[in-house]
Design a protein around this ligand. Structure first.
Ligand code: ZN
Length: 216
């Protein structure tokens, strides 16, 4: 999966708004970032095979450390512990760390239905491999990406309000027959809020089903 992973980042803001969206973006893509580094170091391997799947030409034939079930679990715990240790004085402590850990592991969960049989159970080449092969169905792959990404974006927009003057605004359907004026962060804002994640703040829409009226 590609952009669908970011849906998890956006949805996570509904449950812990103090985590930076930029940090969440890195968390959901941590396993792919690790994979890219390990490929460059010649530790994990892939090759380009035109037509390998209907969706992409990547033959990901050796990635036991970044994309095995055991590896994903270990990396998730490790990243969560690092997050807890580094940002605990400023941020949400154990709850934030748990969400970051889940965000890292969500990458494995969302990759599983997409990949062909190339995701090992353990961190060895001979381990049983999994993958439901949705990449062999182009339209279903696109649908899965869209559902994950826009589902997360929808939760994010419904549960947060823009608080930055740099955010841009647009309207989406908020509830039946109503439109709420909401704002998304500009790209430069994603990381500037750092650990506090103050591009958007928790919305009161869930408790009070009235349209939001925010000034640009
Ligand atoms: Zn991946």
């Amino acid at each position: 999966m590609f952009i669908g992973h970011y849906g998890v980042s956006l949805a996570a803001k509904k449950y812990e708004s103090r985590i930076s969206l930029g940090i969440l973006f890195l968390a959901v893509q941590f396993l792919d970032i690790l994979f890219a580094i390990l490929v460059l170091l010649n530790i994990e391997h892939m090759r380009i095979v035109p037509g390998f799947t209907k969706f992409n030409p990547y033959d990901l034939y050796y990635m036991p450390y970044s994309h095995s079930l055991l590896g994903a679990l270990l990396w998730s715990v490790l990243v969560a512990l690092i997050y807890w240790w580094v940002v605990r004085p400023w941020d949400s402590g154990s709850k934030g760390a748990a969400i970051i850990g889940f965000a890292v592991f969500s990458h494995f969960l969302l990759d599983l239905p997409m990949h062909v049989h190339d995701m090992p159970l353990l961190m060895s080449e001979s381990s049983t491999k999994f993958g439901l092969g949705l990449w062999n169905h182009r339209n279903l792959s696109l649908l899965a990406e869209a559902v994950c990404f826009f589902g997360g974006a929808f939760l994010y927009l419904r549960s947060t309000q823009a608080v930055s003057k740099f955010a841009f605004s647009y309207s989406i359907p908020a509830s039946a027959g109503k439109f709420a004026r909401l704002r998304l962060p500009g790209a430069g804002q994603l990381f500037s809020s750092r650990f506090t994640g103050r591009v958007r703040r928790q919305s009161t829409r869930d408790q009070e089903p009235k349209p939001l009226n925010l000034r640009c």
